[in-house]
Ligand binder design. Structure first.
Ligand SMILES: [Zn+2]
Length: 409
């Protein structure tokens, strides 16, 4: 299959443009500190921590005057999840939280982010050793994006403008278990899917680093993005990397698969990813304020256009082979901001195939199972073609040194 995936970086450094802060870093910090505090117990799907967080979000929506747009006139849209806990499968109820800024328009833009995280480590996904009964606060993942949903709702509900679109704000649950909340929403939407012009997602926007820049995915899902974003980013002196695909590891994917143009904003992985150390003291609130200003700008431009942004099928060479379908894994976290050839490893899970084979964070895998790995999609293709227990050769670069190891899936 032809690979259409590409990434490039644009740098803007000399512009002296400044403006009054549209989003207040101290408000951002306040929300993230609270959502990522132990009081919310790591926001595990279908736990009391999730309910407490859902109530907090609903309270915010209510105070801003958003209409409840969940089930039965509430802010909540419950759905069932089946979760394996200590070897037994349990059916439990989780909930999305939905608020509607109703401008009486025909079309609606969805603004979302998942509010669930790994709770106390009983669900899968933790990369901390001995993670059970430890609270995973998930400040970056995704108290930061949840805060983005709240702050954008505040901005658009509080401005003196009546937008030409309605805005639907959604906090998704079940994301960490496989995008379950957004999948459920797009299967059982509370407004007609046909009326949705675009979906903007925020997942991990709390670690903005001016060297790495922002990672914007979904670029290829509409021709509008390339016309709107570069100008706005230049005015804010923001650097970014793009990924054309509409399929990725967050909730925008569910909307893309329903032919809706999407954007996903992300500040990159880090060594605290999915660990108990993803705490709020490491959040860059000023950086997040800049990102929210950029997103608000995108929304305003989108809102002012007469035509819909228009959906495009983006380069998506790994369709049908999303992570959850793989029978095998290396147990690594790819560095999505890496734009060189190969798969750069950001983190390695304990006692999984990569770690057992001696692969470390920082290594760049260039060949796996006889296939040259240029992009993450080559890697996913190899995973899709293997079964548990199979042994393959992995070739990787550690600095300039080339190494070859045997990996058992
Ligand atoms: Zn996340």
């Amino acid at each position: 299959m032809k690979k259409i995936f590409f990434v490039f970086t644009l740098l803007f450094i000399s512009n002296q443009w400044t403006a009054a802060q549209t989003f207040n870093p101290s408000d951002i910090k306040k929300h993230v500190d609270l959502l990522a505090s132990d009081a919310f117990e790591g926001r595990g799907t279908a736990t009391l921590g999730e309910i407490k967080t859902a109530n907090y979000l609903a309270d915010q929506f209510k105070n801003l005057g958003l209409k409840p747009a969940g089930t039965n006139g509430t802010y909540f849209q419950p759905f069932q999840v089946i979760m394996g806990i200590d070897g037994f499968a349990h059916q439990m109820t989780a909930r999305n939280v939905i608020g509607f800024l109703d401008n009486g328009a025909e079309k609606t833009i969805v603004i979302g982010g998942h509010y669930d995280h790994l709770g106390k480590g009983y669900q899968t996904g933790s990369l901390s050793p001995d993670s059970k009964n430890l609270i995973h606060n998930g400040a970056d993942d995704n108290a930061s994006g949840t805060t983005g949903v709240i702050e954008l709702a505040k901005y658009f509900a509080g401005n003196a403008v009546k937008e030409k679109h309605n805005l639907l704000f959604i906090g998704f649950s079940g994301e960490e278990l496989g995008l379950l909340g957004s999948k459920y929403y797009t299967e059982s939407p509370t407004i007609p899917l046909k009326s949705i012009s675009a979906m903007i997602n925020m997942d991990m926007i709390g670690r903005y680093n001016t060297d790495k820049g922002l990672i914007i995915s979904g670029w290829g899902t509409s021709a509008a993005w390339g016309k709107i974003i570069p100008d706005l980013a230049r005015k804010q002196n923001m650097k970014y990397t793009i990924d054309s695909s509409g399929v990725g590891a967050s909730d925008h994917t569910s909307f893309y698969l329903k032919d809706i143009p999407v954007l996903q904003f992300f500040t990159g992985t880090h060594s605290d990813y999915h660990k108990t150390s993803d705490d709020s003291d490491k959040i860059n609130a000023e950086g997040e304020a800049d990102i929210l200003k950029l997103i608000a700008g995108v929304l305003e431009k989108l809102d002012n256009k007469k035509e819909d942004p228009g959906f495009l099928t983006a380069g998506n060479p790994h369709a049908g082979a999303t992570t959850s379908n793989f029978k095998v894994t290396l147990g690594v976290m790819p560095d999505y901001s890496f734009s060189g050839k190969g798969l750069k490893i950001d983190a390695v899970s304990k006692a999984r195939p990569a770690e057992i084979a001696g692969i470390q964070a920082g290594d760049v895998i260039t060949k796996l199972g006889g296939k040259t790995i240029n992009t993450i999609y080559d890697y996913m293709e190899v995973l899709g073609a293997h079964e548990k227990g199979q042994q393959v050769e992995a070739e990787f670069l550690r600095g300039t040194e080339r190494k070859v190891v045997k990996v058992i899936f």
